[in-house]
Design a binder for this molecule. Structure first.
Ligand code: F6P
Length: 547
């Protein structure tokens, strides 16, 4: 395969590097009064303003040519039609099929994928109606008002993020809790808050072998049997979401209570599969369908728009520009939407488990940076924590701001006349402006600032950001936002020639945890057998545990 960094198109981007040092965002905006409107795209309901990024038209064009030489359209078509693009696991990558309408056609590996997807969606819908209407009863005859989703990684982060995001759509009195960590504190704290008689546990695991999920699921199972007084309680209080029917049966969950998905859905791409069951239970099937339609809207945008108007492609190219050419190592995502507070954590798995790769598809080493460290926190909290580094620190950290025009709820400001939502959004727009345009020493001095303090108060500006503005945080918008970043990941991987759909890097740690567990818990000290650091830590730990 062609190493993208050896192409003339890559060199052309490199050659433009000095040009961005010669011009500032201030100058680019002054020279082009239309820049803000011109460098914005619409994708579904999202208005995406790219104008405060450190790019000229020439750089954007050169970056777009990277997508051409990497044959992005052909790679994209291969994903959408179900080719086995996850080569190390020999699997198709078809999360986009999870949101196809029922009348779409897609047959992959002799399977009618659309009919499979809608078959499961129909079962989820019927089940959600039964639970929400009170027809489905717990072991003691009470109706269900609480759901606990037990899962980790993609079997947790998507649903837990969406659960919070769609808080305003949870009208029918079912609330969800999410347990992921194998730290027993997680499950214990949740069990302390719920009544097993009115609680349904969704065990969500693609493989149904993940250590943490299985430990939590078995512990929850014991708790329910103890509290409800019978093993029979499991049938009415436990359901599963998985690809592994045999393992679900071994756990004691009836096939009728398992909601299936498929090996072509990666864990971190699975929130639009049955992994979203806990969300469907709380917001209802209609809102869940709207959520899926949001994904599909963005899928269509990504599949059909030309690069110059294609939001995921443009965001991906900017990411490559900052990491591979300008040396950025991280990217902050700051939702000025409290209900999206878990979105940065969700994106961490989506982007970093996907793009954290050092070899290309053919196994050769990459010679360029892959992926960014995604991080973030809801605005305005971040402003009072880490924004100082964004404004005056020495690192380049591109920022994605996310805001909505119509809030789920609003309150008056301190003087009782204004809107707290307007205050929130004024902060978001202000931060993007200050990052981009800063404040010079001359301006400070003109404002009468003490010359001794002026250097400390200079805001360098020229710090890039993208602003994503949605009408409101509807289910459709949440779906669009997730799909937007899914396709950013795909595009970056396609251009950089890496596999965004495997995650071999997490396997070794899982295996070693098994060996270490034996050593930690053995009756007799097994003696030093690791490195001197680990051996010493084991000694201290065993002693503290009285072993
Ligand atoms: O951390 C590795 C991983 O395989 C993730 O990719 C996945 O989302 C998570 O573990 C959970 O896996 P499962 O759904 O099989 O329990």
């Amino acid at each position: 395969m062609t190493d993208i960094s050896t192409t003339a198109q890559w060199t052309a981007v490199e050659d433009l590097l000095p040009s961005i040092g010669e011009v500032s965002l201030r100058e680019m905006f002054a020279d082009d009064p239309e820049r803000g409107r011109r460098l914005s795209v619409t994708a579904g309901d999202l208005h995406i303003d790219l104008s405060k990024n450190l790019v000229t038209d020439e750089i954007l064009t050169a970056l777009t040519e990277l997508a051409d030489i990497a044959q992005l359209p052909a790679q994209r078509a291969a994903m959408f039609r179900g080719d086995h693009i996850n080569t190390t696991e020999d699997r198709a990558v078809l999360h986009t099929a999870l949101r196809l309408p029922a009348d779409a056609d897609l047959v992959v590996d002799a399977q009618d994928v659309v009919s499979d997807v809608h078959g499961v969606l129909d079962r989820m819908t019927a089940f959600a109606h039964r639970v929400r209407s009170g027809e489905w009863r717990g072991h003691t005859g009470q109706r269900i008002d609480t759901v606990i989703n037990i899962g980790i990684g993609g079997s947790d982060l998507g649903p837990v993020m969406v659960d919070k995001a769609l808080r305003h759509f949870q009208a029918d009195g079912i609330r969800a809790h999410y347990v992921s960590n194998v730290d027993p504190a997680d499950l214990s704290a949740t069990l302390a808050e719920i009544d097993p008689a009115t609680t349904l546990v969704v065990v969500a695991s693609k493989t149904f072998t993940t250590q943490e999920t299985m430990a939590n699921a078995h512990a929850a199972r014991r708790h329910f049997i103890e509290e409800l007084g019978s093993e029979d309680a499991i049938a009415s209080h436990f359901v599963a979401v998985s690809t592994a029917a045999d393992k679900v049966a071994d756990f004691g969950i009836d096939a009728a209570h398992m909601f299936e998905f498929w090996d072509w859905v990666g864990g971190r791409y699975s929130v639009s599969s049955a992994i979203g069951l806990s969300v469907m239970l709380t917001v209802g099937p209609a809102a869940f369908v709207e959520f899926l339609e949001g994904f599909h809207t963005m899928d269509l945008h990504f599949a059909t728009e030309a690069p110059a108007d294609n939001a995921p492609v443009l965001l991906a190219l900017l990411g490559i520009w900052y990491t591979c050419f300008l040396g950025a190592q991280s990217k902050a995502v700051i939702p000025y939407v409290q209900d999206l507070a878990r979105f940065p954590a969700y994106l961490q798995q989506l982007t970093m488990e996907s793009l954290g790769k050092s070899v290309r598809l053919d196994g050769s080493d990459v010679s360029y940076a892959t992926g960014e460290v995604y991080w973030g926190e809801a605005g305005t909290n971040g402003q009072h924590a880490f924004f100082q580094l964004l404004h005056q620190g020495t690192q380049l950290v591109p920022v994605d701001f996310i805001g909505v025009a119509i809030p789920g709820e609003d309150l008056p400001t301190a003087d009782g006349t204004g809107s707290m939502h307007d205050l929130l959004m004024a902060n978001m727009f202000a931060q993007a402006r200050v990052l981009a345009f800063g404040k010079t020493e001359e301006e400070l001095l003109a404002d009468g600032v003490d010359p001794a303090l002026a250097p400390h108060k200079v805001m360098p500006g020229n710090r890039p950001s993208t602003t994503i503005l949605a009408p409101s945080l509807s289910p459709g918008v949440v779906g669009q936002l997730i799909a937007l970043y899914e396709h950013v990941v795909f595009t970056q991987a396609a251009i950089l020639g890496i596999n965004a759909f495997d995650q071999w890097g997490v396997e070794l740690g899982k295996k070693q945890a098994g060996t270490l567990l034996d050593v930690l818990t053995a009756d007799a000290h097994p003696g030093d057998q690791f490195d001197s650091s680990t051996d010493a830590l084991i000694d201290i730990y065993r002693e503290a545990r009285g072993r």
